[in-house]
Design a protein around this ligand. Structure first.
Ligand SMILES: [Fe+2]
Ligand SMILES: [Fe+2]
Length: 423
């Protein structure tokens, strides 16, 4: 049996909370104190239906019939976001009225006529970023350092961060298609599919690191680090829960929350981990792992842009859905969690990192990410990146570094697509 709650707007800014159960193929809606919050009707009502759409339709009718004068039941689409049909012969692909969600698209990828040009530009960057983890060289050097050079504390940090990054890429690989199911612009469906592929590649890159660097008997310990580390378990659960909520209950609000959550994951959660690899490389340690991270980071920057664009499109097309207070609240939660976890796993035993730099970096980064979606900083006094000096280790001109052992055929082919874009 599955249980969840639907909130139905009933006018005057009030919401009716209806408990829904799904058992043996039947949905049942039940409101114990039916309209208790309106104080004038107490009646137990149970409605059964074969599917969720039918249930919501029946609920709407029920409300309208009984309390017509008192209640304005909003149209179904305003609280329950429709999933894109795979193919819709009656659909309309015209560009003027196309919307990122809730549009009646045919399902055909007509990528010659696109509305969201930034998505096409991003496509070029993402394809040009093509790489595969198996071709990144010199990981065996890191394997030697892992055993002979790293301190126990550094090894623990390395393991914990790899574990968290593995979780993030696992959940992104599996969840992005759930979001894509609701997007009604093929040019955005296209890049979300590529992002999904890239997250899968990132998962494989951690497997490659573990296979090469970490002794075989320790690998599972890294994958399941959260079984013994309650900070990581709590953190992972917190990230998962908002995604799961949208899957179980695909309302407008949950969609918006899941999009903001994706943005926070892509734009904040990876970065203290990345800073750890940069800091280590700066000390001459685990340099090949940091190179792998550079490739991943280059991909992640396109994911940040993808979700920033999506958020701005939603704000323009569905201003009612855009809840600025909620965005700030979620940012605050995300920053608190990132600082708590990073302080726990990085501590003060890595030269160049400590509680203060983690705090400064995370808050500075949050401001930058808010700025990208045209919002004011949450921490206006945090204007400097404490790890600025590490940016020289980033991915500038990666292609010139000749990381690929064999010929760079794929890379050269991809470079030809570079074309004319601004990123
Ligand atoms: Fe990723
Ligand atoms: Fe990503």
């Amino acid at each position: 049996m599955k249980q969840f709650t639907i909130n139905i707007p009933v006018g005057d800014g009030k919401q009716l909370e209806v408990n829904v159960t799904f058992e043996n193929g039947i949905y049942r809606a039940e409101s114990k104190d039916y309209f208790d919050n309106l104080l004038w009707a107490r009646e137990k009502v149970i409605i059964s239906a074969n599917n969720l759409e039918e249930l919501i339709e029946k609920l709407g009718k029920e409300l309208k019939n009984k309390w017509q004068e008192h209640i304005q039941v909003k149209e179904k689409k305003e609280w329950y976001i429709p999933r894109r049909k795979l193919f819709n012969p009656e659909g309309d692909d015209n560009l003027q009225e196309r919307r990122v969600i809730k549009w009646n698209t045919t399902g055909i990828f007509n990528l010659n006529n696109v509305k969201y040009w930034r998505a096409k530009q991003l496509y070029n960057v993402m394809i040009w970023n093509f790489w595969i983890p198996e071709k990144v060289k010199w990981l065996p050097e890191d394997a030697k350092q892992y055993l002979e050079v790293l301190t126990d504390a550094e090894r623990r940090t390395y393991d914990g961060i790899i574990s968290f990054l593995t979780f993030l890429d696992s959940i992104q690989t599996m969840n992005l298609p759930n979001i894509n199911d609701y997007i009604t612009a093929p040019e955005i469906n296209l890049i979300l599919a590529i992002q999904t592929y890239q997250e899968a590649i990132h998962s494989q890159s951690y497997a490659t690191i573990l296979e090469t660097v970490v002794p075989a008997e320790k690998r599972d310990k890294v994958y399941y680090f959260w079984r013994d580390d309650e900070y990581l378990l709590e953190r992972n659960k917190f990230i998962w829960w908002i995604y799961q909520d949208f899957i179980d209950n695909p309302t407008d609000r949950n969609f918006f929350r899941t999009v903001i959550w994706n943005y926070l994951l892509e734009s904040i959660y990876f970065y203290n981990g990345f800073a750890f690899f940069d800091t280590m490389a700066d000390l001459g340690k685990m340099v090949a792992s940091q190179r792998m991270i550079n490739y991943i980071r280059r991909d992640e920057l396109t994911h940040v842009t993808l979700f920033a664009n999506l958020i701005k499109d939603l704000k323009r097309e569905f201003p009612d859905m855009f809840d600025e207070d909620l965005v700030y609240e979620m940012f605050k939660q995300a920053v608190d969690w990132e600082i708590r976890w990073s302080t726990h796993i990085i501590g003060d035993w890595i030269m160049g990192m400590n509680e203060e730099t983690i705090d400064k970096y995370t808050k500075w980064l949050a401001n930058e990410r808010l700025n990208l979606i045209w919002l004011k900083p949450l921490y206006p006094e945090y204007t400097e990146n404490p790890y600025k000096h590490l940016e020289r280790l980033w991915d500038h001109n990666l292609e010139k570094w000749n990381f690929f052992e064999s010929t760079v055929t794929n890379y050269t082919q991809a470079s030809a697509l570079k074309g004319d874009w601004n990123f």
